[in-house]
Write a protein that binds this ligand. Structure first.
Ligand SMILES: NC(=O)C1=CN([C@@H]2O[C@H](COP(=O)(O)OP(=O)(O)OC[C@H]3O[C@@H](n4cnc5c(N)ncnc54)[C@H](O)[C@@H]3O)[C@@H](O)[C@H]2O)C=CC1
Ligand SMILES: O=C([O-])CC(=O)C(=O)O
Length: 308
């Protein structure tokens, strides 16, 4: 299994590191536009191999996509991250051009590739990849829900004063500060609804902190997060590489599911060797349905700024 990661910055390098450390694929190719940068990150990571005990080969290239030929999976992390006070949507002007160009290069050299889109605004960038790659829809997967769900579980465990391994929960809809939909109605502690443990204020706190999880870290770090994003991508790549049929919320092109069409939004899906194997329809409360539709309207508005 060969995996390409485009963008060897904070998130791209973290993706490569987690993928390599989990030791499930033979090769990771890092690509960056900055001269020597991907080569340097690859060499540094390879020098952790004997220390961390992995055999995955990591190489780097400055924009030579022939080195990515025959990739099974490609992860797009190229583009600028936000700074404190910005929204993800403000990145569209620069990132759309980068994501489009990168997609064309990837597909040219790996026509069978499955693409995982990370660059922000992610739901819109995933939509752009659908419109420009010519790939079938099951091969384009936006990464947002896996990360947002991990942050939801972190906040739930904190409020419950429970170990994270006791907690289950999922975030769907948009990967944005306002459009995330943490499904509190479905979250459990060992199968028991969390609503039986948390009062209204605690529930509100968990939801609000989850939604602004990325903004909180951006304020603390001066740029956006990378460890949890890299780990989330590695879980998705492993689900594909090992045909795990794992249920992960991902931003996918909807054709009628959840009452939406011609838009990429976060929904639970079964991820396996073919990429998206099935979109899972979960029953939402009336309030959740309304919030999902509102998130869709906001993403549709941002998609309107794209030029193909
Ligand atoms: N979907 C999600 O959950 C998350 C998305 N992100 C997004 O991921 C993106 C990357 O974030 P970071 O890694 O922190 O940024 P970074 O600035 O550390 O790395 C981005 C890299 O992309 C490279 N790049 C720019 N144009 C390129 C091109 N045409 N071809 C190849 N490489 C190119 C840059 O040289 C840089 O090394 C941002 O858009 C950020 O908002 C970040 C975290 C989570
Ligand atoms: O917050 C950001 O801009 C980066 C991101 O998408 C996240 O960490 O969730």
């Amino acid at each position: 299994m060969k995996v390409t990661v485009v963008g060897a910055g904070a998130v791209g390098a973290s993706c490569a590191e987690y993928i390599a450390m989990k030791n499930f694929c033979s090769e990771v190719v890092l690509v960056d536009i900055k001269e020597g940068f991907a080569e340097g990150k690859a060499m540094d990571l390879m020098q952790t191999a004997s220390l961390n005990g992995f055999d995955t080969k990591i190489t780097g290239t400055t924009g030579d996509y022939s080195k990515t030929a025959g990739s099974h999976v490609a992860v797009i992390t190229s583009g600028i991250p936000r700074k404190p006070g910005m929204t993800r949507e403000e990145l569209i002007g620069i990132n759309a051009g980068i994501v489009k160009e990168v997609t064309e290069n990837l597909v040219k050299h790996s026509p069978e590739v499955i693409i995982i889109v990370v660059s922000n605004p992610m739901d819109t960038m995933a939509y752009l990849v659908h419109k420009t790659s010519g790939l079938p829809k099951h091969k384009i997967i936006g990464m947002g829900g896996a990360l947002d769900s991990a942050r939801f579980k972190y906040r739930l465990a904190e409020a419950l004063e429970a170990p994270i391994s006791d907690v289950e929960g999922m975030v769907i809809a948009a990967h944005s500060d306002t459009g995330m939909l943490p499904l509190l109605s479905k979250a459990t502690r060992n199968g028991v609804p969390v609503t039986e443990f948390l009062n209204d204020d605690q529930q509100k706190y968990v939801i609000e902190e989850t939604k602004v999880g990325g903004a909180t870290l951006t304020k603390l770090l001066g740029t956006s997060a990378w460890y949890a994003p890299g780990a989330a991508v590695s879980v998705m790549v492993q689900a594909i590489a090992c045909d795990q049929k794992k249920m992960i919320p991902c931003s996918l092109m909807l054709e009628g599911e959840y009452g939406q069409n011609d838009i990429c939004l976060g929904v639970p899906a079964i991820i396996g060797a073919n990429g998206v194997e099935q979109i899972v329809n979960v029953t939402l409360t009336a309030e959740e349905q309304l919030k999902f539709a509102e998130a869709a309207n906001a993403v549709r508005e941002v998609n309107g700024d794209l030029k193909f």
